[in-house]
Each structure stands twice: as structure tokens, then as C-alpha cells.
Design a protein around this ligand. Structure first.
Ligand SMILES: Nc1ncnc2c1ncn2[C@@H]1O[C@H](COP(=O)(O)OP(=O)(O)OP(=O)(O)O)[C@@H](O)[C@H]1O
Ligand SMILES: [Mg+2]
Length: 230
């Protein structure tokens, strides 16, 4: 069952009188529950594509359906609202708030939702448990290792129970063992929880966890991988 459908998806930026087109007429279907890995050289449009699918950015052309919704027709405000309810975003550098504890960082997305304190606590505790970081709930980001920070960031991406999780080089800053632990956690999200997962990675080793790997080059999907230049 198709969950994400991109047709002729195009993103163009104007810089002075120069046009930059990081994504050009891209067609892509992603099934519900799929774990898709995206690879490609630096500047090939991976983050641009992820940001469109996650509703952070808006397409310049083409259509982009996620579930029943055509994101290309939503206003910025509606898009932000859609994103808050449907997408969890995991970044390479975690982006935790330094003055908040692990618990409070995970709680943050729920403060936007009309739910009781008790319900919030139940959900935060469950997300921390799932990400295997509950024992560090009262630690601040600076008191955590990179791998632990990424676990907190994954718990935060999960806590509002989004259908879609996108991750931009989630293991880019981690050593091999921490990266493997994060990858098995992400695999569990798609396998056990049925989340649809799209992950950008430069590490060919990480792609074996994914159900499918696609390669981008100069804003287009290509059949054979280009030489990675990073
Ligand atoms: N806001 C913007 N304004 C102008 N150009 C942009 C903007 N965002 C991205 N680009 C350009 O779009 C192209 C693709 O960028 P993108 O960030 O998607 O690459 P990437 O594949 O994620 O690369 P990397 O592996 O280095 O993260 C680049 O040439 C970049 O300079
Ligand atoms: Mg990128």
C-alpha cells in the first residue's frame, strides 16, 4: 500500500538571479511500514527530499502525497500542524535543548497537544523505555554520550506517535558500536511498530538494515550508485 507518492516533485531555489534545482521531477513511491535508505553524493538533494516529505519545506512543482494529504497544496501553517501530528525528525547532531533534561526534551513535542499531564508522563516514559534510555531520564544533554543523545532524540521523534519518521544521517557522528545500536533501534520502529522510515546515510553498512536503498544524484534517482564524494 503506497503511503508516500511523489510525482514530478521539484524544488528550486532562487539565489539572486541564479536558479538552483536540488530536486528535479522526481517520482517516488514508498509503502506504509517500509524502511527506505537514501544515499548519494553531497549536494545530490537528499536533505531537500527529506525536508519536503517531512513537511519542513514546500515543493516548487509536482505533487507530494503522504497518506491522504497532498502536502503541495497546504499553506505553511497547515503544513506545520500536519507535521506536528505526523512526522518525527531525527538529525545527525541530535538537536536536543541543552538546558532541558532527557525527559523534558522528549516531553517537548507533547506540550503542543491537548493532553493531560498524566497522559504526557505515560507517553514520555514509554518512549524513553523504547529507546532504551530511561535510566538517563534526568540527565542533561552534556551529561550524555553521542549514542545516548541520539537515543533521546529518537524518543523525542517517537513520543507523539507519528506515522512517519525521517532521519538525516542519524549515525553520522557516532562510533561503530553506537551506530549499530541506533540502527537496530530504527529497524525495530519499522518492524515492530509499523512506522514508515526514511533514512539518509553515507554509510553503506547502514543500508543493510533498510528494506530498500535508493540513490540520488544531482536531484534525480539513479539506478547505479555514483561514487560517494563527501
Ligand atoms: N535554502 C537553500 N537555498 C539555496 N540552495 C539550497 C538551499 N538548500 C539546499 N540548497 C542546495 O541544494 C542542493 C542540495 O542540497 P541538499 O542539502 O539537499 O544536499 P544533500 O544531498 O543533503 O548533501 P549532504 O550529503 O552534504 O548533506 C545543494 O546544492 C545546496 O546548496
Ligand atoms: Mg544533507
Amino acid at each position: 500500500m503506497t503511503f508516500i507518492r511523489c510525482r514530478n516533485l521539484t524544488k528550486t531555489y532562487r539565489k539572486g538571479d541564479m536558479l538552483i534545482t536540488p530536486l528535479e521531477r522526481l517520482d517516488l513511491d514508498v509503502a506504509r511500514g517500509e524502511f527506505l535508505a537514501l544515499m548519494g553524493p553531497s549536494g545530490s538533494g537528499k536533505t531537500t527530499l527529506l525536508n519536503l516529505i517531512a513537511g519542513i519545506d514546500r515543493p516548487t512543482g509536482g505533487s507530494l502525497h503522504v497518506g491522504e494529504v497532498d502536502l503541495s497544496t497546504l499553506s505553511r501553517t497547515r503544513l506545520a500542524d500536519w507535521r506536528a501530528h505526523n512526522v518525527g525528525y531525527v538529525f545527525q547532531l541530535y538537536h536536543l535543548v541543552p538546558v532541558l533534561t532527557a525527559y523534558e526534551n522528549v516531553e517537548l513535542p507533547l506540550l503542543l497537544q491537548p493532553i493531560s499531564r498524566r497522559e504526557r508522563h505515560t507517553r514520555v516514559a514509554a518512549a524513553l523505555e523504547l529507546a532504551n534510555i530511561a535510566d538517563r531520564h534526568d540527565h542533561y544533554p552534556r551529561q550524555l554520550s553521542g549514542g545516548q543523545e541520539q537515543r533521546v532524540a529518537i524518543a523525542r521523534a517517537l513520543v507523539a506517535d507519528p506515522q512517519l519518521i525521517v532521519a538525516d544521517e542519524p549515525t553520522g557522528d557516532l562510533d561503530r558500536d553506537s551506530a549499530a545500536a541506533i540502527m537496530s533501534l530504527l529497524t525495530r520502529l519499522s518492524g515492530d511498530l509499523g512506522k514508515t522510515l526514511i533514512m539518509v546515510t553515507h554509510d553503506p553498512g547502514s543500508t543493510r538494515y533498510a528494506s530498500r536503498t535508493l540513490h540520488l544524484d544531482k536531484g534525480r534517482l539513479v539506478d547505479s550508485p555514483m561514487q560517494e564524494a563527501h
